[in-house]
Design a protein around this ligand. Structure first.
Ligand code: URA
Length: 457
């Protein structure tokens, strides 16, 4: 039961209500969210409430109310006065997922405005902001007016939540990372969409991961998340599609901070390195959807062709470097990416038997990357820009005993042992070749999302 409109609310009552399986109404949710944003609710109470929400789940109404309250917890951006259609993309998290560094400059080079608010490393997945901060000088915490200036000059900006911009997500995101409360559809949906809806977008493309490296590993749960996000964003007035994409192995061949940026810049330079094919393909598909929803192409397929042209003619690369400089970064580090890469310790893991790389526990691979130094144990800790893993063999590839499977880069020698053990457990080599997995397995639009949700609540 909800408290009468005029009755005062108490955090402890709302924690107990959620703990006992109740549903919070919009006023109760707004109370928790404004307490998170202002700091008036202590972190231990927010943590307890997050764990209660994680264990009990959030209803459709609670998820919608939480999303809107988090969106409204700070200032909102209005891209309309920049005179361009504003479109963004967000991935639900993955290992080696660096598509943002490709799709943002590609879409901007195709005439769109991409005001991207991103996150840091979360659970086993890397964070776009941590990766960008590997570039000396790059600032992610911009004021709203700095954000607008970068967008006006470059067409794309990639920034963080701040005490002014989606402050509730800034607090709750970092808390979820260290309280084991990441993998919950309602919390994922509200975190992602609060940022995207605060950007004032005309359209949004969501990349919802499936497979062993996804936050929601069960296929039905991932479909539910995709449908939930599309329906919630559409109900808030933003045209949205969700593509369900493969995360049964890391995307591209590198996972870490600096090394992911270096891989992205190779593709932006028009190179086609072996092992990065899926990254290039997915980035073009996502950018194609952004370009089509943004009205710069009649279909996603024609959008794909425009995206490919923006890679080929170097216009996306120019946008990326211009954006880096506009956000205070030194893009000259990309003149010689290999010499900038200075890991504290390196170890090559060799195949322990011959056969096909059959299966990967991609979540475990993500934890290995984090524990090499690329992620943090406590909120606010610095991350090592040079830590990470380069994978030399993809799923389905045949390896001979002794072939290099992966090169690990750690902050120091002592940090190599646990990731080595994780990788040995996470990669299965078998005599049989595995079945191929589709890169994009399903697409949700407003209509299909609403139909799906009708059957699940
Ligand atoms: N990205 C976000 O912004 N939030 C999440 O909870 C997961 C991925």
């Amino acid at each position: 039961m909800s408290a009468p409109e005029s009755a005062p609310l108490h955090t402890i009552d709302l924690i107990r209500k959620k703990r006992d399986g109740g549903s919070l109404d919009a006023r109760e949710i707004e109370f928790m969210v404004s307490g998170a944003a202002s700091g008036s609710i202590p972190l231990e109470q927010l943590s307890a409430w997050l764990m209660a929400a994680f264990l009990r789940g959030l209803s459709l109404d609670e998820t919608r109310a939480l999303t809107l309250a988090m969106r409204d917890s700070g200032e909102k951006f209005s891209p309309a006065r920049l005179g361009k259609v504003a479109v963004d993309k967000h991935s639900t998290g993955g290992v080696g997922d660096k598509t943002s560094f490709l799709v943002a400059p590609i879409a901007a080079a195709c005439g769109l405005c991409v005001p991207m608010i991103s996150g840091r490393a979360l659970g086993h997945t890397g964070g776009t902001l941590d990766k960008l901060e590997a570039i000396p000088g790059y600032r992610t915490a911009l004021t709203l007016s700095e954000f607008e200036t970068v967008l006006a000059g470059c067409g794309a900006a990639i920034v963080s939540q701040t005490p002014a911009l989606v402050p509730a997500d800034r607090v709750l995101y970092a808390l979820r990372d260290r309280t084991g409360t990441v993998e919950c559809a309602g919390l994922l949906c509200s975190s992602i969409l609060s940022k995207k809806l605060a950007e004032g977008l005309d359209a949004l493309v969501l990349d919802v991961k499936t497979g062993s490296g996804a936050f929601l590993r069960d296929r039905k749960d991932a479909e539910h998340l995709a449908a939930l996000m599309v329906a919630t964003a559409e109900a808030a007035g933003t045209r949205t599609v969700a593509l369900m994409t493969d995360m049964s192995q890391p995307l591209g061949r590198r996972s870490g901070n600096w090394i992911e940026l270096a891989e992205s810049v190779e593709l932006l330079r028009g190179q086609r390195p072996a092992g990065s094919e899926d990254l290039r393909e997915l980035s073009l598909i996502l950018a194609g959807w952004m370009i089509a929803l943004g009205g710069q192409a009649a279909t996603p397929e024609l959008g794909y062709a425009r995206a490919e042209a923006a890679l080929a003619d170097g216009s996306a690369l120019s946008v990326f470097f211009k954006m880096i400089e506009a956000q205070g970064g030194d893009a000259s580090v990309f003149d010689d990416p290999a010499s900038f890469h200075k890991p504290g310790a390196t170890q090559v893991l060799e195949a322990w038997e011959s056969g096909f790389v059959f299966e990967m526990d991609t979540t475990a691979l993500g934890w290995a990357v984090q524990r090499l130094g690329a992620g943090r144990e406590k909120a606010g800790e610095p991350v090592d820009p040079h830590a990470g893993i380069e994978f030399h063999a993809r799923r389905g590839v045949r390896v001979e005993r002794g072939d290099p499977l992966a090169t690990m880069y750690a902050t120091n020698e002592a940090m190599l042992a646990e990731p080595v053990a994780l990788l040995r457990q996470a990669i299965r080599i078998e005599a049989a070749q595995p079945n191929a997995v589709q890169l994009v397995s399903r697409i949700f639009t407003r209509e299909t999302a609403e139909g799906f949700l009708k059957d699940s609540y």
